[in-house]
Write a protein that binds this ligand. Structure first.
Ligand code: C5P
Length: 265
């Protein structure tokens, strides 16, 4: 598939129509987009296919968490959508993650990137200890879950940018960190609590930043997207994965993309 680093736009809109109206405000761009539960449950696979038809890389953020057999079969269904990245909850355990990976892998061995959610950023230290009954520090659970994801063969985890360095130290530089919680310096934090700027996220070791409202709600979304790319990637525009002369198209993982069929090395 793809470049190792990228800006992923969280398209948190209630309908496909809203997403495409937003994308029309980014003329000439082919951003990596994230589709979550809200949109997928409202529109189904059709919205994913429509985004792929536009040539956009898609991160399908459905956070699967069930018994291994169910996750394997669900992932086999998602495989046919040709997304570029999808995810499971690491809390489902190594067997469940490995089953998800198996379901996602096509007969030719290609598959999208599979990453795991460690602890949701909405889970506080107190909630983790008192309600979920997991003792110890959140960051230790995040690291342990990332190690489980790696042992299960996954490509990386979703985490806070502040945890990216710790995860790379435990799981290696090639293990991807996909990090929401990004804001421009001096702008509103909304409901995010632990935020960093795109430049700081890169310095901390994030491989992909997930950015929603700072781009989707901006007066000029194109300028906001380009600013993110400039600050995070050092260029105004990500590399073009469809351009064979673009040497930055590798994603540093052991999987390969079902979308393009090219290796993800
Ligand atoms: O608008 P904003 O930039 O806060 O959007 C961040 C996106 O990342 C949202 O789609 C949110 O659901 C997602 N996310 C998150 N924290 C996590 C996992 C996902 O903010 N731990």
């Amino acid at each position: 598939m793809r470049r190792k680093h990228d800006v992923i736009i969280a398209c948190d809109f209630p309908s496909g129509q809203d997403v495409f109206r937003f994308l029309d405000r980014l003329p000439g761009e082919k951003p990596f987009v994230k589709i979550g539960m809200e949109l997928y449950y409202a529109e189904g696979p059709a919205v994913v296919r429509a985004l792929k038809d536009r040539g956009l890389p898609v991160f399908l953020d459905l956070k699967l968490h069930d018994i291994p057999n169910t996750v394997r079969r669900a992932m086999a269904s998602l495989r046919d959508l040709g997304v570029d990245m999808t995810n499971v909850h690491a809390a489902g355990g190594r067997k469940m993650m490995a089953a998800g990976l198996e379901g996602l892998t096509g007969p030719d061995g290609t598959r999208p990137l599979l990453i795991a959610v460690t602890q949701l950023t909405s889970t506080s230290q107190e909630t983790m200890n008192e309600e979920l009954r997991i003792p110890g520090l959140v960051q230790d659970t995040v690291t342990a879950y990332a190690e489980n994801a790696k042992a299960a063969g996954l490509d990386g985890v979703v985490s806070s940018p502040l945890e990216a360095g710790m995860i790379h130290a435990a799981c290696g530089e090639g293990f991807l960190t996909v990090t929401p919680g990004v804001r421009f310096a001096g702008s509103a934090q909304d409901d995010q609590t632990r935020v960093t700027t795109p430049a700081k996220a890169r310095a901390l070791g994030s491989d992909f930043i997930v950015v929603g409202r700072p781009i989707t709600q901006a007066d000029d979304p194109l300028a906001a997207y380009r600013r993110c790319c400039r600050d995070f990637l050092g260029t105004e525009r990500p590399s073009d994965p469809s351009d064979p002369s673009d040497a930055s198209g590798s994603a540093g993982s052991s999987g390969s993309s079902g979308a393009s069929g090219s290796a993800v090395e």
